[in-house]
Design a protein around this ligand. Structure first.
Ligand code: RIB
Ligand code: CA
Length: 323
């Protein structure tokens, strides 16, 4: 089983990422970061989710409350005031660890081989860990993020929420040399909440299935299950088709701050007969195939296509295996 640290801001979709990771990976720890909600809330929510699935053996380490250079933006409009509104839950029995998330990430990566990082919130903790110990960039097997988008955003027309909230942290991460696997909103728009999926989970009949359905009852049909897509990619590399492209973070654009500027000119697959749709992992420029690159070398594995049926089966199977 791959060893993973999950940095998150639960958040309804982060909760699914935690449940998927705990049921399929060697989840070394969960670290929390201000994002969907304030740090105390998202930390409490991580403890709640782990208790719900009977995994109180997984430690939770609180991290940074928000960006170091800008004010924290939260998303109560999506996740409610608690960050996990909807299901009726009891307060967690466990307390979070006293060690800081950044210390846990650095110490674990420097002492353990083949750790994979997954970040499903703003990249504040990941950037802080790189500032503290740049060598982690080359020691990890990879950093899988839910963040950004190959050609559009969701918080602004150009920027996705996690990147927008702490664009400076994202810039640091994308310039660190860490192997990055980016699950952007171009991918997660292929992963909608459906009534059929919600009822499939409820009909599992166990605590985890009913909890998952109640999370989705609040989260709402048609919303996208962003964060578990990043964990699913770690569990099953074939569940996502990606393209290796150059990505950089816009910091100064009036309209584009927080955009993951993705150079689609590197798509080297043959141009298909049919028109290229936004999700096709095919070439966008019209230079002859094999032309020399006109831009910077690719630096990011950009998720382009999701096997949605396989994703739904993975989530349902995982939740069915909890008590
Ligand atoms: O833009 C979607 C992302 O922002 C998800 O990670 C969601 O949980 C929020 O953090
Ligand atoms: Ca999140």
């Amino acid at each position: 089983m791959r060893k993973v640290i999950l940095d998150c801001d639960p958040g309804h979709d982060d909760a699914f990422a935690i449940m998927l990771a705990a049921g399929n990976l060697d989840l070394l720890g969960v670290t929390t970061v201000g994002g969907n909600g304030y740090l105390p809330n998202v930390t409490r929510n991580a403890l709640v989710v782990l208790e719900k699935i009977g995994r109180t053996d997984v430690p939770v380490y609180p991290g940074h409350a928000g960006p170091s250079t800008t004010e924290l933006i939260t998303a109560p409009n999506v996740h409610g005031q608690s960050g996990l509104d909807g299901p009726v839950v009891t307060e967690p029995i466990r307390k979070p660890e006293t060690k800081h998330a950044v210390d846990f990430i650095v110490e674990t990566v420097m002492s353990t081989d083949h750790v994979t990082l997954c970040a499903t919130g703003p990249l504040t903790n990941i950037a802080a860990a790189l500032n503290r110990e740049p060598r982690i960039a080359k020691r990890v097997d990879g950093l899988y993020i839910m963040g950004g988008g190959a050609y559009a955003g969701n918080w602004t027309a150009a920027a996705e929420f996690n990147i927008y909230v702490d664009a400076e942290a994202a810039y640091k991460v994308f310039h660190s040399g860490m192997p990055i696997y980016m699950v952007g909103v171009n991918l997660t728009r292929q992963c909608p909440v459906t009534p059929e999926f919600r009822e499939r989970l409820r009909n599992l009949g166990n605590v985890a299935g009913v909890f998952g359905a109640e999370l989705l009852d609040f989260f709402g049909d048609g919303r996208h299950l962003h964060d578990p897509c990043a964990i699913a990619w770690i569990i099953d590399p074939d569940i996502i088709t990606d393209a290796y492209l150059h990505v950089d973070i816009e910091l100064n654009g009036t309209l584009t701050r927080g955009m993951t500027v993705t150079d689609l000119r590197f798509l080297q697959t043959e141009v298909p007969e049919k028109d290229i749709d936004l999700d096709s992992p095919f070439r966008w420029d019209d230079s002859p195939v094999g032309s020399p690159f006109r831009g910077k070398e690719p630096n990011t594995h950009v998720a382009m296509r999701l096997d949605f049926e396989k994703f739904c089966d993975l989530v349902a199977d995982t939740l069915s295996r909890y008590n």
